[in-house]
Design a binder for this molecule. Structure first.
Ligand SMILES: *Cc1c(COP(=O)(O)O)cnc(C)c1O
Length: 219
């Protein structure tokens, strides 16, 4: 199957209103162009320099989503053009996004990445830390950061029960936080190539799919 066929096949399984982020990290710009020509407009990248290099050579109506852990000193590279940063996991990072977005007279959409997986190594806020930060009221003062929802990466396991419990937990967190933010807080980003059909059962409305579209990555 080529990229268009894979995209079509995946899109046919997504309910209306579910956004597809084509995770193109580590794949060359020509492969992204192929997906673009098949109608894909949202691409997810994990490294700022790589995203910037692709932004420069690809069509300007692409929405670029930063999905990987982002160091504060790299925000400046993507701030002029990034649509969404879905891996926001610290107060320092939010402050830097606010600063850089203001500099470019932009508002940047973000997702709060919450840690729910069983593994220690996974990134994201611990729920208690996030609660403490939200209670501080600092987020409400940010005028160039728009919080659109939450994101998580489920446990890396074949045990479906564990994946389901991770998704159950993030969905509950999404519902719990919603009233604090109102209507703009509308995005639950869960589901990757291997687990997105399960994520859809838990109300995902933004799936992030790489391998199933572009094939295996060569790191
Ligand atoms: C790489 C990555 C994906 C895509 O993973 P696949 O298994 O290739 O679909 C999704 N989300 C995040 C945060 C990633 O880093």
């Amino acid at each position: 199957m080529n990229i268009k066929e894979r995209l079509d096949r995946i899109k046919a399984t997504l309910p209306e209103g579910v956004k597809l982020v084509a995770v193109s990290k580590f794949h060359p710009a020509e492969r992204l162009q192929e997906a673009y020509d098949a109608g894909q407009r949202i691409f997810g990248e994990s490294r700022p320099q790589e995203m910037t290099a692709k932004y420069e050579v690809l069509p300007k109506d692409i929405c670029w989503h930063m999905i990987g852990h982002l160091q504060t000193n790299k925000v400046k590279y993507i701030a002029p053009f990034v649509s969404m940063i879905s891996s926001v996991d610290s107060e320092r990072l939010i402050e830097e996004i606010e600063k850089q977005a203001a500099k470019h007279n932009r508002t940047i959409d973000i997702l709060l990445e919450v840690h729910v997986a069983q593994e220690e190594s996974k990134s994201g806020w611990a729920k208690e830390e996030l609660d403490a930060y939200l209670a501080s009221g600092k987020l409400q003062t940010m005028e160039h950061v728009r919080v659109r929802g939450v994101m998580t990466i489920a446990s890396n396991t074949d045990d479906e029960a564990i994946i389901r419990s991770d998704f159950e937990r993030i969905r509950a967190i999404f519902e719990e936080l919603k009233p604090q933010f109102g209507a703009r807080f509308d995005t639950l980003s869960i589901g990757m190539s291997d687990d997105y059909p399960i994520a859809l059962e838990y109300g995902s409305n933004m799936v992030r799919i790489g391998t199933a579209i572009f094939g295996a990555r060569e790191y």
